[in-house]
Design a protein around this ligand. Sequence first.
Ligand SMILES: Nc1ncnc2c1ncn2[C@@H]1O[C@H](COP(=O)(O)OP(=O)(O)O)[C@@H](O)[C@H]1O
Ligand SMILES: [Mg+2]
Length: 252
Amino acid sequence: MYKRRYQYVVSKWAKTQLLMENEMIRSYIPETQLLTRQSLLQMLERYPFLYLKPDNGMKGKGIFRLDQIQKTYWLHTSEWVKSFSNLNQVTGMLKRLTKDNKYLIQQGVELITQQGMPIDFRLLLQKPKDEWVYSGVVGKLGEKNSITTNLACGGKAIPFRTAIENTLGLSYGEIRDLRDELMDLSFLIADELTFTYPGLRELGIDYAIDTKGKAWLIEVNTTPGHRLFKGLPNEKIYKRIIRNIKIIYSDT
Ligand SMILES: Nc1ncnc2c1ncn2[C@@H]1O[C@H](COP(=O)(O)OP(=O)(O)O)[C@@H](O)[C@H]1O
Ligand SMILES: [Mg+2]
């Protein structure tokens, strides 16, 4: 709809490294490394499952999940699952799949689910004038057994409150506190990133809540889509987002 003219940052690794410098933000980031044979071995010793993502990826493209169950490895893509009995087979397969692309390897977070459908969240901040403003938060309900919740992978919008109520069964006040926690963290992230990249105007921040109710930062998108918010029952949110977008584009 609009051609983006403001500053953006593609590399997930660059953004992660920058955000890791802030101690508060770092406590929300699942352990992340660049994928090498060595980091793979190390991460497999530490975590029961891992996510592998292309450094320049988006919309869930090129993402793999690797589970280790007893002595068997299970590699999931959006299309298939394959089991391996030894690690050399896994690394051989990963080499073919990742080719020469730079990949990140990340501690897996056990997402809350609703009838087998994984849920995570997208919070949107925009900077129509000189200040970052909170524009909304939305749950992303992935397809059953899907390894991602992206809209492009069949994900659907679900209100934040409904998502938390249906999965963790938190009270009204607890849900509000959780949302406030994500909002505070998001403004901190915005400040950190704008310090290095002053031309940023929108941030679509992906959060996961694990089955114990702990929040995790999955990634920060600097050219976020808005369509997900169109799927919310509260139409005001999408209208506000579009109003801000118009201001941003009249200014850049
Ligand atoms: N560490 C992780 N643990 C659990 N799920 C993850 C993890 N990383 C990514 N995912 C799932 O994959 C989706 C896409 O990952 P993300 O890092 O946002 O990449 P993309 O840029 O392709 O959207 C997330 O929204 C989430 O559903
Ligand atoms: Mg994402």
